[in-house]
Design a protein around this ligand. Structure first.
Ligand code: NAD
Length: 292
């Protein structure tokens, strides 16, 4: 069994990006610039955005953080998005979700210029991804594709079962893994809360991708010998032995499933750290004009 080390892989990718930025700088080229907009005081969002800005700085990107009060109006936020859309120095930007309830997230996402939508959430990028056109892939599926690619995991002709059909993980990874390309060519089954006999579906899988948000849902009896297991779930479970009173677990019962697998991602330290590298890769691609 090989444990896929997302933390190390993410560090390697960031190192590669940093080297490339160094070369761009030496040649007097345009330095990638990512902007992040944070509205309100949501503690998790503050941490995510801080980490994104910190990682930009570490790889040598320029970064801009725009922090707005929780009572910022939808119009004000739309005005900020429009300014970022036309700012030639900004290669890409993100508006951290969730937004306060009085702001329509869909309206904001649609207002972002798809050419700068490095989160890959705009329906234009989603549609281009579905048609195999150049676009920005959403961060988590992009991270999973990187893992499969860099660990040289064969996907062609394999049966892949995905648990969860969200717009940010399950549905896009089902599209990417069924496309005609090196990491792809899978026969994909997308399962969800209404799927009948889900255990039987999962048991048939060569590759399992769990993204449902239920702790330890995938148990050893559901996994066939030699399966590749990618655990996207991040769930808090109570743990009195930890100072903070909880620990993080995935959607997979790691301890009992791991011995049956050929490859498996841990939680934490698996898919999670790869998500931010996707954002950096998308921003670099935008700066180099490789997508649009
Ligand atoms: P979501 O919460 O939006 O949706 C859950 C999905 O699971 C739905 O499609 C639903 O149909 C399906 N589902 C629910 N119960 C099910 C069941 N019993 N059997 C099969 N399917 C079932 O999903 P999300 O936003 O993709 O998040 C899923 C998990 O992944 C969460 O734990 C989240 O925290 C985590 N996540 C991690 C990362 C990362 O970077 N590692 C990124 C995004 C999400």
């Amino acid at each position: 069994m090989t444990k896929i080390d997302g933390k190390q892989l993410a560090a390697d990718i960031k190192e590669e990006i940093a080297e490339e930025v160094k070369a761009i700088r030496a040649a007097g080229g345009k330095i990638p610039h990512l902007a992040a907009v944070l509205v309100g005081e949501d503690p998790a969002s503050q941490v995510y955005v801080r980490n994104k800005v910190r990682d930009c700085e570490r790889v040598g990107f320029n970064s801009t953080l725009i922090k707005k009060e929780a009572d910022t109006s939808e119009e004000e936020l739309l005005a900020i998005v429009n300014l970022l859309n036309v700012d030639d120095d900004i290669d890409g930007f993100i508006v951290q979700l969730p937004l306060p309830k009085h702001i329509n997230e869909e309206k904001i996402t649609l207002a972002i210029d798809p050419k700068k939508d490095v989160d890959g959430f705009h329906p234009v990028n989603f549609g281009r991804m579905a048609q195999g056109l150049p676009c920005y892939w959403p961060a988590t599926p992009f991270g999973i594709m990187q893992m499969l690619d860099r660990y040289n995991i064969e996907t062609s002709g394999k049966r892949c079962v995905i648990l969860g059909r969200s717009n940010i993980v399950g549905t896009p990874i089902s599209i990417l893994l069924s496309r005609k390309a090196k990491v792809g060519n899978c026969t994909v089954t997308l399962t969800h809360s209404r799927t009948q006999n889900i255990e039987e579906e999962v048991k048939r899988a060569d590759i399992i991708i769990a993204a449902i948000g239920i702790p330890n849902y995938v148990t050893a009896n559901m996994v066939s010998e030699g399966a590749v297991v990618i655990d996207v779930g991040i769930n808090r479970v109570e743990d009195a032995t930890r100072k903070r009173g909880y620990r993080l677990v995935g959607d997979v019962d790691y301890e009992n499933v791991a011995p049956k697998c050929s490859y498996i991602t841990p939680v934490p330290g698996g898919v999670g750290p790869m998500t931010i590298t996707s954002l950096l890769m998308n921003t670099l691609k935008s700066c180099k004009g490789e997508v649009y």
